[in-house]
Write a protein that binds this ligand. Structure first.
Ligand SMILES: [Zn+2]
Length: 249
């Protein structure tokens, strides 16, 4: 919100007495900083290499035209992918993100060691895979599952998490295997139904009919997002029917 000051100044002219008004104020101007994108993950959308520095400066304005900047401004970091902005300059942001990653990596090592001592602990394996997933380390998550097969095969939750890891890697065939394995143990697992629908929809070839069926099961259990997924699958089903009709004509 620009701050406007109205200043009336009486002008003195030999023949007439008049007045004029000067509009002073200030305005916030945002500019992109030059420089490379920061090599850190966006905490909001998880994208890497999308964080850039921006500078917000207050400008002194006259008649709403910026004249000169007031101070050096405040520096932010913004994600070019999801547009989230963070009140920290990019270099500090990268440092903080690296520190957070280091803490998480240490946590994953601790969990790995604990699993070596009790390889049947499904709760820890599930947490470890989720942690790797949140760090974008999908290969590590898959190899953790392979290292502790007892923990994996005793837990439908571990199977679903592994399936989600495969979805993140766009390996929908492998993901579907694990969702089905989880559902064989527990047919009422809405998380498995939901992501099974995602895998059917995104896979090649896409199978909207199977996606709709699985998403409806997830909706019955009120899994968040199931409604939107059904709409998307129904739209995809409509499109593929049109294609079939067109090829038949
Ligand atoms: Zn982002």
């Amino acid at each position: 919100m620009p701050l406007i000051m109205l200043v009336g100044v009486a002008a003195r002219r030999p023949t007439e007495r008049g007045g004029f008004i000067l509009l002073f104020g200030s305005k916030r101007v945002m500019s992109n900083e030059t420089g490379e994108a920061v090599d850190a993950r966006c905490p909001r959308c998880g994208a890497t290499g999308s964080l850039k520095g921006i500078r917000v400066r207050q400008w002194f304005t006259i008649f709403f035209c910026p004249l000169f900047p007031l101070g050096s401004g405040q520096r932010f970091t913004q994600c070019t992918k999801c547009n989230a902005s963070f009140a920290m300059p990019p270099e500090q942001f990268a440092g903080a993100a690296a520190k957070a990653d280091a803490v998480q990596t240490q946590r994953s090592i601790t969990m790995y060691n604990s699993l070596r001592n009790s390889p049947a602990n499904s709760v820890t394996l599930n947490e470890l895979m989720q942690l790797y997933g949140s760090l974008g380390e999908y290969k590590q998550a898959v190899s953790a599952a392979a290292d502790f097969p007892v923990a994996l095969n005793n837990s439908e939750q571990c199977m679903v998490t592994l399936g989600r890891v495969y979805v993140s890697q766009n390996d929908y065939a492998a993901a579907l295997q694990w969702f089905d394995a989880a559902l064989a143990r527990n047919p009422d697992l809405p998380e498995a139904q939901f992501y099974k629908a995602v895998a059917h929809l995104r896979g090649t070839p896409s199978d909207p009919a199977k996606a709709i069926a699985a998403a409806r099961m997830a909706r019955k259990a009120e899994w968040p997002g199931a409604d939107d997924l059904i709409s998307e699958a129904e739209a995809a089903a409509g499109n593929s029917n049109d294609e079939i009709r067109m090829t038949n004509q």
